[in-house]
Design a protein around this ligand. Structure first.
Ligand SMILES: Cc1cc2nc3c(=O)[nH]c(=O)nc-3n(C[C@H](O)[C@H](O)[C@H](O)COP(=O)(O)OP(=O)(O)OC[C@H]3O[C@@H](n4cnc5c(N)ncnc54)[C@H](O)[C@@H]3O)c2cc1C
Length: 417
């Protein structure tokens, strides 16, 4: 069958949080946007299969707020007021609280399903064209100021010639492979089970990160009294827990975490995520850029993946917003340069922490306990750690000034009334 042909300014492949947010912002800035997604976007959070609760740093909240997308998420967000870091059967323990850092919250937790739903609704309010249930068939070489991409969907094949292609199709990106961009990949000997629970005692905005010999166990406070569990363990232990019934799984969780929050009760489905580190060797190609997990997939131990990705979006949107041709090499190099050190710093620190935790499941907890005691006693160290965790480093928000504001309704394209 002949492919349908169309031109656009920006073709984004992958409508996860990164692709969908970038599509909204680029469309508002007046670009013609096509967004291709392998699955379907859910505007109803009840239909999402994503069980994650995202811990967003203050910096991420500021980016979303500047773009006009924090207000619809606020009612579903829970502030992290304290973080309790401890290890099972060890002495070290650290408590960080928002007030001693002079802030109202150390971060905010928002269910992934709410972010997906909010972005699906926001996208529908723009002129961006969403092609769902698609497959990347071919990525052509750049020619005549465009890059051609053949996409197969339920209604046949589309040949989209875009001034810029954005690969936002996650850490196993086919777009990145088709562009011949190599990656550094490390599969950790660990998976994460993720599900919600309801404790019988109120969480009072406390997050818990407990380092067990198997891996870190995190409990993140969520709205409505729920907590999101991220339970990292060797793949075989996760598979065994996944095959248990809900009641036995929660009993095992209760043994691992203890009774500080009273009796734990499971609510909602459980999902298992294989954990790996993926780093792309470069962030752009001819008329193509990488953003989000395509560029850097991280272990969730520090909850930094989406926070780092939102900074990709902010910088990319800022660099491209006023460009008449968003695919010119100078802009793509500027984006790569602007993102390199942040990605390097966060990815290296996260990998170091993840590998350290896995390296010696017997010895390391003692070192970690020592580090925690140190953190608890030395104020400047603790402040530096908290500032990093909260994403309080300089923000790329100045790069967002060129994006038209959202309220009262999405901006019209230039030249339209
Ligand atoms: C257990 C766990 C907990 C986490 N918790 C946190 C946290 O608390 N805080 C935080 O900041 N980060 C967290 N992260 C990281 C966060 O999930 C990622 O950083 C984020 O999902 C990256 O978004 P993305 O849009 O780049 O990629 P993805 O979310 O992977 O989205 C990629 C999209 O592309 C689509 N796609 C794939 N292939 C194709 C194709 N060929 N064609 C079209 N579409 C395609 C997919 O269907 C998907 O919709 C966590 C990760 C895990 C695993």
């Amino acid at each position: 069958m002949k492919a349908r042909r169309r031109n656009c300014d920006v073709l984004i492949i992958g409508a996860g949080p990164v692709g969908a947010l970038l599509a909204c912002v680029m469309a508002r800035a007046g670009h013609q946007v096509v967004l291709a997604e392998r699955g379907r976007r859910k505007a109803d959070p009840g239909h999402s299969r994503d069980t994650r609760g995202y811990a967003l740093s203050a910096g991420s909240v500021t980016i979303l707020d500047d773009l006009g997308y924090w207000a619809p998420l606020m009612e579903h967000a829970e502030a992290i007021k304290e973080i309790h870091v401890s290890r099972r059967s060890g002495f070290g323990g650290v408590v960080m609280d928002a007030s001693s850092h002079g802030v109202a919250a150390l971060g905010q937790v928002v269910p992934a399903a709410r972010i997906e739903a909010m972005l699906a609704t926001a996208l529908a309010a723009t002129d961006a064209q969403l092609l769902e249930q698609t497959r990347l068939e071919q990525l052509e070489a750049a020619a005549d100021g465009r890059r051609g991409v053949v996409i197969a969907g339920p209604d046949g094949r589309h040949r989209v010639a875009a001034r810029l292609v954005v690969a936002a199709d996650g850490s196993s990106s086919e777009t990145r492979s088709a562009a011949g961009i190599e990656v550094l990949r490390r599969r950790y000997d660990a998976d994460a089970l993720v599900f919600d629970i309801e404790p019988s005692r109120p969480h009072r905005g406390r997050a818990f990160e407990r380092f067990t010999p198997e891996g870190p166990l995190a409990l993140l406070p969520q709205s409505g009294g729920r907590m999101n569990i991220v339970w990292v363990a060797p793949p075989e232990a996760c598979a065994a827990r996944l095959s248990l019934g809900e009641v036995d799984r929660v009993k095992a969780l209760q043994r691992a975490f203890g009774w500080r929050l009273g009796r734990l009760r499971a609510v909602g489905p459980v999902a298992c995520f294989p954990l790996e580190m993926v780093r792309a060797r470069r962030l752009h190609d001819q008329r193509l850029v990488l953003a989000g997990n395509v560029a850097h997939g991280l272990h969730p131990v520090a909850g930094q993946g989406l926070n780092l990705s939102l900074r990709d979006v902010a910088v990319l949107a800022g660099v491209l917003s006023r460009a008449s041709d968003p695919g010119i090499p100078e802009l793509l190099s500027a984006y790569s340069r602007a993102r390199a050190s942040d990605i390097e710093r966060v990815a290296t620190a996260t990998d170091f922490l993840a590998r350290g935790l896995l390296a010696d499941r017997g010895l390391l907890p003692h070192a970690l306990g020592g580090a925690m005691l140190l953190l608890d006693r030395v104020d400047p160290l603790r402040r530096a750690w908290a500032a990093q965790a909260m994403g309080l480093q300089p923000l790329p928000r100045q790069s967002l000034r060129a994006i038209p504001t959202l309220s009262p309704k999405p901006s019209a394209r230039p030249g339209q009334s």
